[in-house]
Design a binder for this molecule. Structure first.
Ligand SMILES: Cc1cc2nc3c(=O)[nH]c(=O)nc-3n(C[C@H](O)[C@H](O)[C@H](O)COP(=O)(O)OP(=O)(O)OC[C@H]3O[C@@H](n4cnc5c(N)ncnc54)[C@H](O)[C@@H]3O)c2cc1C
Ligand code: FES
Length: 277
């Protein structure tokens, strides 16, 4: 992990309020793993002191350095300031941070469940799986949902790296009409064979509903528990485990529970360890 100054190569609005950014980093920057994130800050904005966490969408390395891709939604002051930056301007980048997703090369089906901007770490993960020696034999199925067709981002990227992509919109303006968790729930029995793993990232209600779908499947005695890892989003201040601003409550051994720092112990957790608020 290192704190560096990166040069913006591209910062383009893809759909309303959602931007794709490419940032060039020095060659010394560590190679990121899928699920890891960076803390980003616009250098000359003294009114925005805290860096903001953003997942890594993709990266490309050559002998001159590394270009990371970020995909972000304007949520408030920090991401709005990012959206105003132009190619050639500079950002402070701390990373790569956190623990990435566990990789299971022996699995046959990789299932991705993305809610909105949650597509970011999952697209990186899918491209990582695709490049494995076993990648040719993998079935990678992406489920992606958004409020409406106009809010969908990352579908083209998912199509590049998935065998199949299934889309839902809350208002029915594209493909399945309803929540993406229900689209997945319709297919869940095809993933209980012990050869599948689900990875998810999205808003908290989506993740909570996914936990219910998995539990219902198990309670109904349908096959083995499907392994499931999720990327958790919490507000972060330091990003490196020092401030305890990002702790969540998780299950521990037996009936015990414990607090974990999303930035350092996560952001990837087993869905069955989460204690939902
Ligand atoms: C590990 C991690 C990876 C992330 N990856 C991405 C990504 O790839 N793309 C992307 O667009 N966003 C991502 N986020 C969310 C992003 O960090 C927040 O949207 C951003 O920090 C908001 O900052 P702001 O100054 O624009 O808004 P603020 O003014 O700080 O907040 C605006 C609103 O967003 C809410 N908010 C702030 N931070 C978070 C958060 N971490 N999770 C949920 N709600 C939040 C606030 O409660 C408030 O309602 C990620 C968050 C984490 C923890
Ligand atoms: S953000 Fe400071 S401990 Fe996680």
């Amino acid at each position: 992990m290192s704190l560096v100054v990166g040069e913006i190569v591209l910062n383009r609005e893809l759909v309303s309020q959602h931007f794709l950014m490419h940032v060039k980093l020095p060659v010394s920057w560590a190679t990121p793993q899928p699920g890891q994130f960076v803390m980003v800050r616009v250098r000359d904005r003294r009114d925005i002191l805290l860096r903001r966490p953003l997942s890594i969408y993709a990266f490309d390395r050559d002998e001159t350095g590394l270009v990371i891709e970020l995909l972000y939604r304007i949520a408030g002051k920090g991401t709005f300031a990012l959206s105003r930056q132009k190619a050639g301007e500079h950002l402070e980048i701390l990373g790569p941070l956190g623990h990435g997703f566990d990789i299971f090369p022996e699995m046959k089906k990789i299932v991705l469940l993305a809610g909105g901007i949650g597509v970011v770490p999952l697209a990186f993960l899918a491209s990582h799986y695709m490049k494995l020696p076993t990648g040719d034999h993998l079935e990678i199925i992406g489920y992606i949902g958004a409020k409406s067709a106009g809010h969908l981002v990352g579908v083209d990227k998912l199509k590049e790296v998935c065998t199949e992509v299934k889309i839902s919109t809350d208002d029915g303006s594209r493909d399945y009409h309803g929540f993406v968790t229900e689209l997945l729930a319709d297919d869940i029995e095809s993933f209980i064979d012990g050869d599948s793993i689900i990875y998810a990232c999205g808003p908290s209600p989506m993740m909570r509903r996914l936990a219910e779908v998995l539990k219902a499947c198990l309670d109904a005695g349908k096959g083995k528990p499907i392994p499931c890892q999720i990327s958790v989003e919490e507000r972060m201040a330091c990003g490196v485990g020092a401030c305890l601003g990002c702790v969540i409550h998780v299950k521990a051994i037996g009936d015990k529970t414990q607090y974990k720092r999303v930035c350092q112990d996560g952001p990837i957790f087993d869905i069955r360890d989460i204690i939902w608020r």
